[in-house]
Unconditional design. Structure first.
Length: 61
């Protein structure tokens, strides 16, 4: 009973993290169309967080 609740809560937290990361990638992709100020701290954070996902996609032939 306790272990089941623990496993369910871990998967729920993992789902929330994946959803947030998905939105970060979407927002960074939309910002790449607008060409925002690269020195803006929010833009820098978004690009730093989405960079690993972009490198994985770029490696696909």
């Amino acid at each position: 009973m306790v272990i089941d609740s623990f496993i369910i809560s871990i998967f729920q937290v993992l789902q929330i993290v994946i959803n947030i990361y998905t939105w970060i990638i979407i927002i960074a992709a939309l910002l790449s169309w607008v060409n925002p100020d690269p020195y803006n701290p929010i833009v820098q954070i978004l690009y730093k967080l989405s960079y690993p996902a972009y490198t994985l996609v770029r490696k696909i032939p």
